[in-house]
Design a protein around this ligand. Structure first.
Ligand SMILES: CSCCC(=O)C(=O)COP(=O)(O)O
Ligand SMILES: [Zn+2]
Length: 204
């Protein structure tokens, strides 16, 4: 559990994400955990690159309910799922990068496998480029409860670390704090970019 609410760090992360072009046209959503029962999520429909702390609302992790009556992200159910599944996760970032969107569609199987890159070590616990990084790819779904159930089912069977891709949609990743979630996002996005370029060049 974080010892203090990391909302200011999260707002900084949102501005960085916006400046990178990773949350175009109101895409993306971000959150931090308050404690075992509550988290703070971005309000639905806002430009995520120019959020302030007032644009985050408290949400109950068990129920997805926002006591304020305001509308949290359409993807609230994925953030709360991560907080329920992983007690050590305290920040979640969801982005719509071009690389995540395209690579997830190029991946016809349920998992994207990446190996051979030193930058795999940007992900906590990874110690060598020789390992194969497995990133699950879930088919996108407008029914977030159904999507969350599929992800929960996968996580029961298979270790789910750092993040997952939603096919044709984007990347959701997390960390023990905002800094780690940012590092995972930047590391994964770098790996996706490398993978995309390699595949393009190998087709020449
Ligand atoms: C044009 S963005 C479509 C919805 C989405 O995928 C997203 O990440 C943003 O939804 P939110 O409700 O969090 O604004
Ligand atoms: Zn999205």
């Amino acid at each position: 559990m974080t010892d203090h609410l990391q909302l200011t760090q999260l707002v900084d992360a949102c501005r960085w994400i916006g400046a990178k072009g990773w949350a175009p046209a109101t895409g993306g959503n971000m959150s931090v955990r308050q404690d075992d029962t509550l988290c703070w999520l971005s309000e639905s429909g806002k430009n995520k690159g120019s959020l302030t702390t007032d644009d985050f609302l408290q949400v109950e992790i068990a129920t997805n309910r926002a006591p304020s009556g305001r509308k949290p992200s359409a993807e609230t159910g994925l953030h709360t799922l991560i907080y329920r599944l992983f007690p050590q996760a305290n920040a979640v970032l969801h982005v719509h990068t071009v690389n995540a969107t395209v690579l997830s569609r190029l991946t016809k199987t349920a998992e994207l496998r990446i190996s051979g890159f030193e930058m795999q070590k940007s992900l906590s616990g990874q110690t060598t480029h020789l390992d194969t990084l497995v990133i699950p790819v879930f088919d996108n779904d407008q029914d977030i409860d159904a999507l969350a159930s599929r992800i929960a089912h996968y996580a029961q069977e298979t270790p789910l670390n750092y993040g997952f891709l939603l096919r044709g949609h984007g990347l959701t990743c997390w960390g023990r704090d905002v800094a780690e979630a940012r590092r995972h996002l930047e590391g994964l996005e770098f790996l996706f970019e490398c993978e995309m370029r390699l595949r393009q060049l190998e087709r020449l």
